[in-house]
Design a protein around this ligand. Structure first.
Ligand SMILES: [Zn+2]
Ligand SMILES: [Zn+2]
Length: 261
C-alpha cells in the first residue's frame, strides 16, 4: 500500500481530532444530561446551570483547538515518518513491561505538564490574554473540554511531540493516552460528581481528581490546577479545601441515598 500524501494525512488527522472531541464530549453530555439525568440529579455540583450562549462559545473555541491539535498531529506524523520520533507498531520490539511503563509514564508526565503550564497561565497577564477564555464557563459542560484560546491549545499540543522526542511508545499506548485524555477532560467538565466520594479525593483513590476538583477550579478559581491527579496540588499547597468540604456535605449524602434506594 502506498504511503498517504500530505493532504490525505492532514485530512485524516483533522477528521480524527474532530471526531475524538465531538464523540467524547457528545457521549458524556448525552449520558449525564439526558440518559441519567434523573439518577444524577443529586450529584450536580453547585446546582450548575450553563449560562446563555455558553455552549456555542465552548464549541466554537473547541473547534479552533481541533485545528491546532490537527496541525500538531500532522507534525507528529512527519516526525514519525522520518524517524525522528519512535511510535512503533509491534509490541515485541520493546516488550510488554515497557508497554505498561510507557503508558504510566506518558499519563503522569502529561499531568505534570498540565499542572505547571496551567499554573503559569493563571499568572495575571496570561490569564487576561489567554486562559480567561477557558474560565468564561463558570459551570462548564463537557463541550468545554477543548475550549482554549489558540495559544493555550498550542501549549497543550506541544507536550506530545516533546515527550515522544525523548520516549519511544507503542502505537496502542499513544491511542490509549489520547482516548484517556479526551474522556477525562470531557468528564472533568460535566458538572456532576461521577466519582465515588468514598474513594476519591480522600480514600484509597485519593490521588485521582474527582469532577468537583476541576469544577471548583472553574467556579471559584482558587487553586486545583491538576488534571488527572491530586498530588501536585497537595504537594504545592494549591488545593482548594472548599471542594472537599462541599463534597463531604453534598455527595456523602448522595452516597447514602443511592445505597438505600
Ligand atoms: Zn484554569
Ligand atoms: Zn476546565
Amino acid at each position: 500500500m502506498q504511503d498517504p500524501s500530505l493532504p490525505q494525512m492532514a485530512l485524516t488527522v483533522l477528521v480524527t481530532d474532530f471526531l475524538r472531541y465531538a464523540l467524547a464530549a457528545g457521549a458524556v453530555w448525552l449520558v449525564v444530561n439526558v440518559l441519567l439525568r434523573r439518577r444524577l440529579a443529586g450529584r450536580r455540583i453547585l446546582d450548575a446551570v450553563p449560562a446563555p450562549g455558553q455552549l456555542r462559545r465552548e464549541i466554537a473555541y473547541s473547534l479552533s483547538t481541533v485545528f491546532v491539535f490537527a496541525a500538531n498531529g500532522l507534525l507528529l506524523w512527519l516526525l514519525i515518518a522520518n524517524g525522528t520520533v519512535e511510535v512503533y507498531p509491534d509490541v515485541d520490539r520493546r516488550g510488554w513491561a515497557w508497554w505498561w511503563a510507557s503508558l504510566v509514564l506518558i499519563i503522569v508526565a502529561h499531568d505534570a505538564w498540565f499542572y505547571w503550564t496551567h499554573r503559569a497561565l493563571h499568572h495575571r497577564r496570561w490569564f487576561r490574554a489567554v486562559h480567561g477564555r477557558h474560565h468564561a464557563s463558570l459551570h462548564p459542560t463537557p463541550w468545554a473540554a477543548y475550549a482554549f484560546h489558540p495559544v493555550e491549545a498550542l501549549v497543550q499540543a506541544v507536550f506530545l511531540p516533546l515527550f515522544l522526542l525523548a520516549v519511544p511508545v507503542h502505537a496502542g499506548v499513544l491511542g490509549i493516552f489520547l482516548l484517556h485524555m479526551i474522556l477525562r477532560n470531557a468528564i472533568g467538565h460535566c458538572a456532576h460528581e461521577l466519582f465515588p466520594w468514598r474513594w476519591t479525593p480522600r480514600g484509597w483513590l485519593g490521588w485521582i481528581t474527582p469532577v468537583s476538583h476541576h469544577h471548583f477550579h472553574h467556579a471559584r478559581n482558587r487553586g486545583n490546577y491538576g488534571l488527572y491527579f491530586t498530588w501536585w496540588d497537595r504537594l504545592c499547597g494549591t488545593e482548594d479545601p472548599e471542594y472537599l468540604r462541599y463534597g463531604d456535605e453534598r455527595f456523602a449524602a448522595a452516597v447514602r441515598q443511592e445505597a438505600t434506594a
